[in-house]
Every structure is written in C-alpha cells, then in structure tokens.
Design a protein around this ligand. Structure first.
Ligand SMILES: *Cc1c(COP(=O)(O)O)cnc(C)c1O
Length: 389
C-alpha cells in the first residue's frame, strides 16, 4: 500500500456499538469513530438491517433510473438541512461533495462574472485538486502548487478581512461552521450571521462544508442550525452513510446543475441510501441530537478534569466533536498513549487531540475516554516525550 497514512499500531477486526476489537481480542472504546463517520457506533442493528434488506432487494442501478431509497433520502435531507428549497446531488465522499459545490459555485460565478471564492485559513475541504485548492493549510498544498487560483483566504472569525476580500469578482464564501481538521474550531454564531448578511448583500453564495460537523455530530442536524443561519449550498459526507461511503451536496433550487453538468456512477446508490435513511431515522427515534448535546456538556469537563493542570490550553467543540489543544505539538504521542489506555481518538493538527464519539456513547464511555485522555496527555507531556535533543 502507498504510505499515505502514518498508521497507529493496531489492526482492527470487529466492532459493535462503541467498541472495536483487534486481532488479539483486545477491546477499545472508539472515540475516533472513523474520523467522524460512526455516529451510531459500529454495526447499529437498525442500520445493519436496512443495509442487509436493501442488498437483497436491489443492490445497485445507475442514476439513469430512480430508486425509492434515493428519492426518500433526498426528500429527508432537503427537509432537515438548513438550505431553503433544497435539491440534492449524491456522491460518495466529502471531497466529492465539495467538488460538486465548487463546480456549482463556479458555474454560477462564471455566468455572473463573479468566479472567485473566499475560503478560510486553516480550513479543510478534501484532497482532490479543487477541494485541496480550497483548503487553507499550506502544508497539505505545498507539493501540489500551483493549484487553481480560484480561492482567496481570510482568517476565520475576522469579518473585516472577509468584507475586504469580497470584491465584485467573488461569487461564493466556503466555510466549515465547525472547522474540523484545522483543530476543531467552532465559528462564532455572530460571525456566521454576519457572513450570511454579507453574502446576501453582495450576491455571493454561502457554501457550508458540513462533511464533518453535519448529520448530528455537533448536536443539530447541521452545525449551522446553532446560529440559525441558512446556507445556499451545503455538503455532507462522513456520518451520512453510517459507515458506507456517502456524500451529498444540497443547493437552493435556483442554483442548479443542468443535465450533463455533473454526475457520479455510485452516488446515492440504493444500499448506501437505505443505510443513510436508517442513520437519520435512528438519530430521530433514539433522540440522539439531544444525546450528542449532553455528551458535549460532559466530555470536555471530564477530559480537562482528568488531565494534569495546564495540560489542556483550550477545549473547543460542540456536541460529539471536541478538540483539546495541548501546550506542545504532541497530539500524536497522546493519541498513541490513549490507544495504550484502550481508547481510540485522533489528532486534528500537531497539537490538538480530537474526540468524535458516537452519539450513542454512554456516560460511562465518556468517563472512560476522559480518564484515558488525562493519563495519555500526562504521559505525552512528560519530559521524556516530545523534547528533541
Ligand atoms: C473529511 C472532510 C472532508 C473530506 O472528506 P473525504 O470523504 O475524506 O473526501 C471535507 N471537508 C471536511 C470538513 C472534512 O472534515
């Protein structure tokens, strides 16, 4: 395999609920959740039944035909997500959903003479070429420069900088309401409302990348709901498929591709769509938005309390997405130490430990993860670690 991932020393063979097991039968509490995918934990019975039933009913047909799971999912997403009069395009990943959003914004922008897009420093939108060009992280881009020059970057939270960047040639603003890979940074509600107002005043689209923050992750169907802001275009992936690769782009009806503009062979296939519907139904039936919010009240308090004093510079996040800023760039060491403690987490940058627990996590799970985090951070910050000679 190509070494695109620096892997942790674990091979996993089985998962159920909040737990996964390795080859040797060792159990781990999974608070990494496939980087925000497993909102229902692993192999939730409702999701599994929906996927199995659909596999036996109709496995796959092309998008030249309609299927009931896809139509139901589109209707459901259009009703749940903060996009007025939404239409849906289905694809298979976050990067693809953002590619579709960028392509749609470009189509409109080119027609109006406003082809430029403003994005945020520290953002993450995916690894394909246009999504990478929209990603405000120099380290991820450097080897591939020059990238397309459609994007200009402003610091997150700085409304004056955004206003200055939104000149007459700008047709869209792309942002993550809760910036995930860039260290888990929720944007202020007031900032988001001001961005919405600027976009409306200047005829620019507000494009929300909710690939990580959406589908209940932050305690609402979309993180934007927290601010009451509506997007013109919104992208989803990660949690949407419940573990199967699913992506979606929603856009207002007036902003649309025409036949032939865009396509995806696998996008919105019947099995994935049936799984995604089960994810949405289960979140609703089991009141998991409220549960995510409750976890979001407990987890940061417990994790900070379990860590040595001054070991957590800042705890940022909402619902079931949290980043713990460490005083030194030892997030990877801390994540490895958490594995030793039996808990999976992930890093979001060199100095942020991220936890994205399943929305079904129990109070005990939260306490276990917090305890492991505290011990791991203490170990990672001990003098033997992270100090180069
Ligand atoms: C993970 C992520 C992506 C990319 O999704 P892939 O499915 O890995 O292509 C895009 N945007 C955000 C905000 C993400 O967190």
């Amino acid at each position: 395999m190509m070494p695109t991932y620096a892997r942790y020393p674990v091979t996993l063979v089985r998962g159920a609920g909040t737990r996964v097991w390795d080859e040797g039968g060792r159990e781990f509490l999974d608070f990494a959740g496939s980087l925000g995918v497993n909102a229902l934990g692993h192999s939730h019975p409702a999701w599994l039944a929906a996927v199995r039933d659909q596999l036996g009913m109709l496995d796959m047909v092309s998008n030249l035909y309609a299927t009931s799971p896809q139509a139901k999912l589109a209707r459901r997403l259009a009703a749940l997500m903060p996009v007025p009069d939404a239409r849906v395009f289905f694809c298979n990943s976050g990067a693809e959903a953002n590619e579709a959003a960028i392509k749609l914004a470009r189509k409109r922008g080119i027609a109006l003479g406003r082809p430029a897009i403003v994005a945020l420093e520290g953002s993450f939108h995916g690894r394909t070429i246009a999504a990478l060009a929209a990603t405000g992280q120099p380290g991820k881009r450097a080897a591939f420069e020059p990238l397309v020059d459609w994007f200009r970057f402003v610091p997150p939270g700085d409304l004056d900088a955004l206003a200055a960047a939104m000149t007459d040639d700008v047709g869209a603003v792309l942002l993550e309401p809760v910036m995930g890979e860039g260290g888990v940074r929720p944007l202020e509600d007031t900032y988001l409302r001001d961005v919405r107002r600027l976009c409306s005043e200047r005829d620019a689209l507000l494009v929300a990348d909710e690939v990580q923050s959406g589908v209940g992750r932050c305690g609402d169907w979309a993180a934007l709901h927290h601010s009451g802001v509506m997007a013109d275009v919104l992208t989803l992936a990660k949690a949407l498929g419940g573990g199967l690769p699913a992506g979606a782009m929603l856009a207002r009806e007036s902003i649309s591709f025409a036949p032939g503009d865009h396509a995806s062979t696998f996008g919105g296939g019947p099995v994935v769509s049936a799984g995604a519907l089960a994810v949405l139904d289960t979140i609703e039936r089991e009141h998991l938005l409220a549960r995510a919010r409750a976890i979001g009240e407990m987890l940061p308090v417990a994790a900070v309390a379990a860590a040595p004093a001054d070991a957590v510079v800042e705890a940022r996040g909402r619902g079931c997405l949290w980043g713990f800023q460490l005083p030194r760039p030892v997030a990877d060491e801390a994540v490895v130490a958490m594995i030793d403690e039996g808990v999976l987490a992930s890093a979001a940058g060199p100095d942020v430990v991220r936890m994205s627990p399943p929305l079904i996590a129990s109070d005990d799970d939260v306490e276990i993860a917090a305890g492991a985090f505290g011990a791991a951070v203490a170990a990672a910050l001990a003098p033997a670690h992270g100090v180069s000679s």
